[in-house]
Ligand binder design. Structure first.
Ligand SMILES: [Zn+2]
Length: 404
């Protein structure tokens, strides 16, 4: 019913073109607004959580992935390498190796730890064309990723704080976690062979999950370690992983990472990998389905539509639009040239707020307000309308019109 692919096309959020290729969607302006707002939200939450952002390139040399272990354990999901002047470069299958190199590029004292490095960066997966669709299975992924380099003693607290960030974001976004999963290794050579590593990392994640209801599932771990997955379900009941938290001993070893301890000696840090909303594509797909395209006001592509009843109110409506835009709101004007008032109100049905300006409203600097949920607070001063909309957007509120 509310398949995100159908809604994405109907609402002009995203689409694909066979010439760009399967699994490579592009974002239309309204979809780009939702994505941009979500990305800024995540960056802000991370800054408040003590993370600092970096940018790193989407390509790396083949040797980088040989060191990280992707080449041995993950090559099936990677694009084939490109030959370039005698060396091979690869579209990256994850951001971890780049972040490990950035950490390694400077020396670090124990006083700098935990060092929280975040990036909203692209990564690539060579999904077969048969399984591609919409935003949930794509070949180019924008990942909300972060790596916390810390001491062994700090790892559990850091992983717990990451789970806290995830819970907080879900509350703001209206996402419900279906269940928590402790993902363990399974059979086969997909996983690095180091029984002690798996035991230690699993024991720490079990500590992180104390007091949380979860299921342990074999065969779902990353190749380098176990992870906590936060599972969501779509409208059809299909389950997928949105957010993850991992405690990793493997990458710090492979990249020979260290910090200088209080004793002046070199020590090995632990890497906590975590993603709050997972990939931007999957997160937006879920939000589209969850809200049926009627996004919370702070995420909505258009927050306020201004409708002059007739051409006589054009000037007043234009002024209301300018005031709204000046306050940073996403507002649009739909004048009589766009059809009858009824048709324009129907066209604006997904906008959280509609402000109708008739002769009476124009004279008194008022707007007849209609809310998306069907309520009609009536004619209110434009000033008050803009103040209320601004407050709901600013506070990321779900309630469109609180009792005054
Ligand atoms: Zn990672």
């Amino acid at each position: 019913m509310s398949d995100h692919r159908r809604l994405g096309r109907e609402l002009d959020l995203f689409d694909t073109d066979p010439l760009m290729g399967a699994g490579l969607p592009y974002w239309l302006p309204d979809g780009a607004v939702v994505r941009h707002t979500l990305e800024e939200y995540v960056r802000e939450a991370e800054r408040a959580g003590g993370y600092r952002h970096v940018y790193s390139p989407v390509l790396g040399k083949r040797e980088l992935y040989e060191i990280s272990g992707h080449w041995d354990h993950y090559s099936e999901d990677m694009f084939p390498p490109m030959d370039l002047g005698g060396e091979q470069v690869v579209l990256r299958p994850s951001l971890c190796p780049h972040h490990a190199l950035i950490y390694r590029s400077r020396s670090h004292s124990y006083r700098e730890l935990p060092l929280r490095m975040a990036e909203l960066g692209a990564m690539y997966r060579s999904e077969l064309s048969g399984v591609l669709g919409g935003l949930t299975r794509v070949r180019a992924i924008q990942l909300n990723d972060a790596h916390i380099f810390c001491t062994l003693e700090q790892a559990v607290d850091e992983a717990r704080a990451a789970l806290g960030l995830i819970r907080h974001a879900y509350a703001d976004l209206g996402i419900r976690a279906a269940r928590y999963r402790l993902s363990l290794p399974g059979e086969g050579n997909k996983y690095v062979a180091d029984p002690d590593l798996w035991k230690r990392a699993t024991a720490l994640l079990e500590q992180v999950l104390e007091g949380v209801e979860y299921e342990a599932v074999e065969g779902e771990a990353a190749f380098y370690g176990p992870k906590i997955d936060v599972q969501i379900t779509d409208r059809a009941g299909r389950e997928s992983t949105l957010s993850t938290v991992q405690i990793d001993f493997h990458q710090p070893e492979r990249f020979d990472l260290h910090y200088i301890g209080a004793d002046g000696a070199k020590h090995r840090p632990v890497m906590v990998h975590r993603s709050i909303i997972g990939s931007v594509e999957r997160a937006v797909a879920h939000l589209i389905e969850e809200h049926g395209g009627a996004f919370p006001a702070w995420l909505a592509p258009v927050q306020l539509v201004v409708l002059p009843v007739s051409q006589e109110q054009d000037e007043q409506a234009d002024q209301v639009l300018r005031r709204a835009l000046g306050l940073g709101l996403r507002a649009e004007l739909a004048g009589p040239e766009h059809g009858t008032l009824g048709a324009r109100i129907r066209a604006a049905r997904l906008a959280p707020y509609v402000a109708v300006i008739g002769a009476r409203e124009a004279d008194g600097d008022l707007a007849a307000v209609r809310l998306r949920d069907g309520r009609r607070p009536g004619a209110v001063p434009v000033e008050e309308l803009l103040r209320r909309v601004g407050a709901v957007v600013e506070g990321r509120g779900a309630e469109l019109w609180a009792a005054a």
